[in-house]
Design a protein around this ligand. Structure first.
Ligand code: F6R
Ligand code: MG
Ligand code: MG
Length: 368
């Protein structure tokens, strides 16, 4: 039987600037989603915060892009934004960029990662939630999970994964996509996804083996707030879902890709490069220089659509070294202050508030 897992997120207001979602908002979300379970709209849910982003993880049988499920998430965000306004929380309603819901939450501000698949005899899945960065931050770890034999031993030694995986890559500027196979087209995949502000991995599919080749095994949110709003309203803090085990990368192979704190763009004012730090849920709050960018991982087993978990997967001393390295990198790169490459490249800064400052300076120039 098929199950749909939907992870939908929005920043609807936070406490102490852009640090964390207030408990009051999480309580509202939980109450509303509990009601949706009682009404038979969804099977199960969990509410999280990734820093200042409210995260709704839901299971149901309505498929992806369901008006009912997107409408439910939209109503939860609206209610939470109302409460945030009443409490004068920071950035209340920030990501709800449009007023009218017309059937799908995509393009209205929130981020969405959802996939429908046949539930296996045992179905492990990991939900990743990042704050203070952008969808391209998932390119490196998702590539390594499904295509790098130095990360994922199963690509080499498990016959059911040995033929590799298929990547669906989106060009989020030109609104087009391309399907590419690994390992055959690995170098071409990297030629695209190395440019992480433009080309992002949207989905991964199995190639051959035990699993249906038309059902995704990983999905990433790719919504760009700038494109909806037409001006800087914060980064598009992304989420991803990754299925694991029995012919797919093991949970440990999936997590291994996060043992290297790679540089992502985001951090302060969505305008800086910095390391992504894998953290336990309790440290999912951005502090130093509004960061550094963080990622949490919630592990589940799905049982007839019900969620068993979460397991706080980065709550492990095995990731202490990664966190230490992340802070060494943070310390090093921060010393560059307003200089590139700590500050994003001029091209990427076009999507921030810098152009407004450059506009003021325009008339001070004279020809040379
Ligand atoms: C980054 C982020 C924060 C804010 C910063 C300034 O995604 O949300 O770093 O950009 O705190 O916020 P404002 O302009 O709201 O004072
Ligand atoms: Mg915010
Ligand atoms: Mg955020």
């Amino acid at each position: 039987m098929k199950v749909t897992v939907s992870l939908i997120k929005a920043d609807v207001g936070s406490v102490a600037g852009h640090s964390v979602v207030a408990d009051e908002l999480k309580t509202i979300a939980e109450e509303m989603l509990n009601k949706a379970v009682e009404d038979g709209k969804i099977i199960d849910f969990r509410v999280f915060n990734a820093g200042d982003d409210l995260e709704l993880l839901m299971t149901h049988r309505k498929g992806i892009d369901s008006t009912e499920i997107h409408g439910l998430a939209w109503n939860v965000f609206r209610k939470c934004a109302e409460k945030a306004k009443e409490m004068k929380l920071y950035g209340a309603g920030q990501d709800l960029l449009k007023d009218a819901f017309s059937g799908n939450i995509r393009g209205l501000g929130p981020g969405v990662a959802e996939m429908e698949f046949t539930e296996r005899r045992s179905e492990p899945i990991v939900a990743f939630m990042m704050d203070k960065t952008e969808p391209g931050a998932f390119n490196l770890p998702i590539f390594r999970i499904f295509a790098d034999p130095f990360n994922t031993a199963g690509l080499v030694i498990d016959p059911s994964m040995h033929s590799g995986f298929v990547f669906e890559i989106w060009d989020i500027l030109e609104h087009r996509r391309v399907i590419m196979k690994a390992p055959e087209e690995m170098y071409s995949i990297l030629a695209l996804i190395g440019c992480k502000s433009r080309f992002v991995i949207k989905r991964v599919y199995p190639k051959a083996g035990k699993l249906p080749t038309d059902e995704p095994v990983a999905v990433v949110s790719t919504e760009k707030l700038y494109q909806v709003a037409g001006e800087y309203v914060g980064k598009d803090d992304p989420v991803a879902l990754v299925r694991a085990q029995s012919g797919l990368p093991a949970v440990g192979e999936i997590l291994e890709a996060f043992a290297f704190p790679h540089l992502v763009s985001g951090w302060m004012r969505g305008s800086h490069n910095g390391p992504i730090m894998p953290v336990p849920f309790r440290y999912s709050k951005c502090t130093r220089f509004d960061g550094p960018p963080r990622c949490i991982a919630a592990g589940f087993q799905i049982c007839n659509g019900k969620l068993i978990g979460p397991v706080d997967l980065f709550d492990d001393p095995a990731f202490d070294y990664t966190r230490m390295r992340a802070m060494e990198i943070a310390e090093y790169i921060r010393r560059h202050g307003p200089f590139e490459p700590h500050r994003l490249s001029a091209e990427e800064m076009e999507y921030t508030t810098l152009p407004k400052v450059l506009e003021i300076l325009k008339d001070k120039f004279e020809r040379i």
